[in-house]
Design a protein around this ligand. Structure first.
Ligand code: ADP
Length: 347
C-alpha cells in the first residue's frame, strides 16, 4: 500500500517537472489540487467539475485528491483532465470520495500534507466541505499552501454563507419523503413525526416543514413545548383535521420520545420516522449544480491570483469570498419570519 502511494507521488512529481517546462500562464499557480472533505453532498461533483475545467482553462495542472485530507497526507491523488470530470455533473456523492482525517488536526499531519504538496508541486488547494474542512484549509494556508474553501453540506449550517451546495437537493428529497409519509398518516388518522437532517441547525426542517404543510416544526433555534403542540393539534382536530405532520430537526433530540409524548398528550396515534442519509444522496437539483459551478469557478479565480485562506460564500444571492477565520466567526440564524409564517398558516 505504502509503496503504491510513494510511487503515485513519484509519478506525479515527474509529470509535474515535465509539465512545468511546458507551462504557459504568466503568473499565479501552475498546479492546484481539489478535494472533498467531511460529509458528502449532492452537487459536490458539479463543483469538482467546475474546479477542474476552470483550472485547465487557466493553463493549470489540476490534481484530484481522493478522500479529503487523508488522501492528501498519503499521496492518494490523480491528475485530472477535461474527460476525468465528464458525466459527473448529474451524480450525487463525490467522485473524489470523502473522509474525515484526525491526523490533519495535528502539526505532524499538516507538515506531512505540506511535504506532499511540495513534492507533487501542488501550490494551492480547493477544499469542498464544511466548517471543519475550512479549519483544516486555514491551517494548511498558514503553513504556506494557500487553500480556498467551497461550502458543500446539505445542512446549510455554514454561518458565513446563505447557501451551501447540496441544501436544495436534500430539502427536495425530504419533501418527497414527507409527502409519502403524509399518505399513510392520512389513511390511518395518525400523526407522523419526521426527523430530518441539519446537524445543530433547523434550516432543512423549517423549509421542509413549510413545504409539506407541517402542523408544527421543531428546530433547535426556537424553544417549544409539547403541551402547546398537543393543544394546537386538538384544536385542529376539533375543526375536522384528522392527520398531522410534525417535522423535527435532528438537533432537537430523540424523535421517538417526542412522538410518544405527543401520543400521550393528545390520544392521537403518533409514529416516528427518521429520514437519515437518504437526504444526502441523489441527483443534484438545478440550483445545486448551478451554485456549485459558480463557486468552483470562483475558487479557481482566487487561486489563479495567488489568493488563499479564503472561503467562497453566497451573500445577497451573489458569490463573494471571506477570510477563513473571519468566516468561521460569523453568525447565522434561521429565518424567523419564515418560522412565524409556518406557525400562522398551519392549523
Ligand atoms: P465538515 O467539513 O463537514 O464540517 P468535519 O468537521 O468532520 O466535517 O471536518 C472534516 C475534516 O476537516 C476533519 O476530518 C479534519 O481532517 C479536518 N478538520 C476539522 N477540524 C479541523 C481543525 N480544527 N484543524 C484542522 N483540520 C480540521
Amino acid at each position: 500500500m505504502r509503496d503504491r502511494e510513494e510511487s503515485c507521488v513519484r509519478h506525479l512529481w515527474r509529470s509535474y517537472a515535465v509539465y512545468n517546462k511546458k507551462r504557459v500562464g504568466e503568473f499565479g499557480m501552475k498546479t492546484i489540487g481539489v478535494l472533498t472533505s467531511g460529509g458528502d453532498a449532492p452537487g459536490m461533483n458539479a463543483a469538482i467539475r467546475a474546479v477542474v475545467r476552470a483550472g485547465l482553462k487557466q493553463g493549470m495542472k489540476v490534481i484530484g485528491i481522493r478522500r479529503g485530507y487523508s488522501g492528501l497526507i498519503h499521496g492518494d491523488m490523480i491528475e485530472m483532465n477535461a474527460r476525468s470530470v465528464s458525466d459527473i455533473i448529474q451524480r450525487g456523492g463525490t467522485m473524489l470520495y470523502t473522509a474525515r482525517c484526525d491526523e490533519f488536526r495535528y502539526e505532524e499531519g499538516l507538515q506531512k500534507a505540506k511535504k506532499v504538496c511540495q513534492d507533487v508541486g501542488i501550490e494551492g488547494i480547493v477544499t469542498i466541505g464544511g466548517d471543519g474542512s475550512f479549519r483544516g484549509a486555514a491551517d494548511l494556508s498558514a503553513r504556506g499552501i494557500p487553500c480556498v474553501g467551497v461550502p458543500g453540506t446539505i445542512d446549510n449550517d455554514i454561518t458565513s454563507t446563505e447557501y451551501t451546495i447540496g441544501y436544495d437537493t436534500a430539502m427536495n428529497t425530504a419533501v418527497e419523503m414527507v409527502d409519502k409519509l403524509r399518505d399513510t398518516a392520512q389513511s390511518h388518522d395518525r400523526c407522523s413525526v419526521v426527523e430530518v437532517m441539519g446537524r445543530r441547525a433547523g434550516h432543512i426542517a423549517l423549509n421542509t416543514g413549510i413545504a409539506c404543510g407541517a402542523t408544527f416544526i421543531l428546530v433547535p433555534e426556537v424553544p417549544f413545548s409539547i403541551d402547546d403542540i398537543a393543544q394546537k393539534m386538538k384544536q385542529s382536530q376539533s375543526t375536522g383535521k384528522q392527520h398531522f405532520i410534525i417535522v423535527v430537526a435532528e438537533g432537537v433530540g430523540n424523535v421517538s420520545e417526542i412522538a410518544k409524548e405527543i401520543e400521550e398528550k393528545t390520544g392521537i396515534e403518533a409514529r416516528a420516522s427518521i429520514l437519515g442519509h437518504v437526504q444526502r444522496g441523489g441527483t443534484p437539483t438545478v440550483r445545486d449544480r448551478v451554485v456549485a459551478s459558480e463557486m468552483g469557478y470562483y475558487a479557481v479565480e482566487l487561486l489563479s491570483k495567488g489568493i488563499g485562506n479564503r472561503v467562497v460564500c453566497m451573500k445577497d444571492s451573489k458569490i463573494v469570498d471571506y477570510d477563513i477565520q473571519e468566516a468561521l466567526g460569523m453568525k447565522k440564524s434561521i429565518d424567523k419570519r419564515l418560522y412565524q409564517i409556518a406557525l400562522d398558516i398551519s392549523f
